[in-house]
Ligand binder design. Structure first.
Ligand SMILES: NC(=O)C1=CN([C@@H]2O[C@H](COP(=O)(O)OP(=O)(O)OC[C@H]3O[C@@H](n4cnc5c(N)ncnc54)[C@H](OP(=O)(O)O)[C@@H]3O)[C@@H](O)[C@H]2O)C=CC1
Ligand SMILES: CC(=O)[C@@H](O)[C@H](O)COP(=O)(O)O
Ligand SMILES: [Mn+2]
Length: 378
């Protein structure tokens, strides 16, 4: 493989740190050409010392260091333009990752996409830009990476279901009556994955799986009725496909994000991982149906996937606001779904094609959600 120049967005986060590990382990395959963090300046400067050729962007506050030459959200877009990267890993959290995804594709750069919100908000636009600029769109989200590899070289007509597995989060076995007393720390304690705070809360409410249903619908162009969610507490099976003959095919590996990141970075090649890999001997794999009463965020996401138009944008915007409010202890855990449900009661039938229109609906959903949060937290 020719050496690839890699730009990491969200380098101070969980996806970013895992991506750096892959770069460090493969110095003959990858050159790090740029890094972006939002607020964590010290980690950005430390990485900058380790990788002196990488351009540095701190997007969330002013830096006093002359090593950091890009700043603000416009700085991220300029960094992408100047980076001369072959592949961008987008590990930014939330809707703020959308414009960088668009910019990377407009610059003709392959996109390794962890930022699921890009597909949830603007799936059609992202696919259009990837095809227009002849760029690879490589899913990094573990389930979608699994599905991408399972579906590769298979005719779409032979696939009857995409089955996304879900750990069920920390409250899989908790009684619904006890949900009111859930604390932030309990919700952050994911049973199988080590991830950032926002996605960890989303896993606890199963909004993460909800976003992933929409992400899968957008990435793979399957009708929502063909997309299923299956609880699998061990997180070894990352997803399955069912073919028309009703057989199942699964991708199975340790719950370790370095694998999907490595697969995206090396794509279309595939390399053996240098760490301990999964041995199934002695392992128990369990599966069960999700409980939609306990996890209304999953039910709402299926409804949004069915409705389409701007409702996935509203689902995401309201959930982002509600999760932040929960993390700041402004609302209880159970209000996350209430905020989202309330926001979705508004009209989201607008059809959007452009990023600006998408971001206007995103903003509207946040305003509606914030108003409701204020009333709830009085
Ligand atoms: N973590 C995981 O294993 C997985 C994550 N994902 C997805 O990947 C994305 C990143 O998740 P994760 O790494 O866990 O999140 P983290 O919270 O760990 O990291 C988020 C990164 O985004 C940066 N950031 C935060 N706000 C902004 C902003 N407004 N503009 C630009 N950058 C910003 C942070 O910078 P700083 O810290 O410097 O403020 C940090 O580098 C999410 O979309 C998530 O759903 C998908 C599958 C698995
Ligand atoms: C690692 C990854 O891809 C996460 O999105 C993971 O799926 C979260 O776990 P849940 O299945 O609990 O949402
Ligand atoms: Mn996932």
């Amino acid at each position: 493989m020719k050496m690839k120049k890699v730009l990491i967005l969200g380098s101070s986060g969980s996806i970013g740190r895992n991506t750096l590990d892959i770069i460090r382990s493969n110095p003959e395959d990858f050159i790090l050409c740029g890094l972006q963090a939002h607020l964590n300046e010290s980690i950005l400067l430390e990485d900058g010392r380790e990788f002196p050729k990488a351009l540095l962007c701190l997007s969330g506050k002013k830096s006093t260091s002359d090593q950091i030459t890009y700043s603000g959200s416009k700085g991220i877009l300029q960094l992408i333009e100047d980076s001369n990267a072959d592949i961008v890993v987008n590990g930014i959290v939330g809707a703020s990752g959308l414009k960088p995804s668009i910019k990377a594709l407009e610059c003709g750069i392959d996109l390794a996409l962890a930022n699921k919100e890009s597909m949830v908000l603007a799936g059609s636009l992202i696919k259009h830009l990837a095809s227009l600029h002849n760029c690879a769109l490589l899913p990094v989200d573990s389930e979608h990476s699994a599905l991408f590899l399972l579906l590769e070289n298979k005719k779409k007509e032979i696939i009857s279901e995409l089955i996304l597995t879900a750990s069920g989060g920390p409250f899989r076995n908790k009684k619904l009556e006890e949900f009111d007393s859930i604390t932030v720390n309990e919700a952050l304690a994911h049973p199988t994955w080590s991830m950032g705070r926002k996605i960890s809360i989303d896993s606890a409410t199963m909004a993460n799986k909800g976003l992933e249903v929409i992400e899968a619908q957008q990435l793979f162009d399957f009708h929502v009725d063909c997309i299923k969610v299956l609880i699998h507490p061990q997180s070894y099976v990352h997803s399955l496909i069912r073919t028309k003959d009703m057989a199942l095919y699964a991708q199975i590996s340790e719950p370790d994000m370095r694998l999907p990141i490595q697969d995206a970075l090396f794509y279309p090649e595939m390399r053996k991982v240098p760490w301990t890999y999964l041995d199934l001997a002695g392992k128990t794999l369990e599966f069960q149906e999700p409980d939609l009463k306990k996890f209304p965020m999953l039910k709402l996401a299926f409804e949004c996937a069915r409705q389409g138009h701007a409702s996935p944008i509203a689902y995401n915007g309201a959930n982002e606001m509600a999760v932040e409010a929960f993390l700041n202890e402004r609302i209880p855990y159970s209000a996350i779904a209430a905020v989202t449900e309330h926001t979705l009661e508004h009209d989201w039938s607008q059809k959007h094609e452009q990023a600006d229109e998408i971001l206007e609906s995103d903003q509207r959903s946040r305003e509606i959600a914030e108003q409701f949060i204020r009333e709830k937290s009085k």
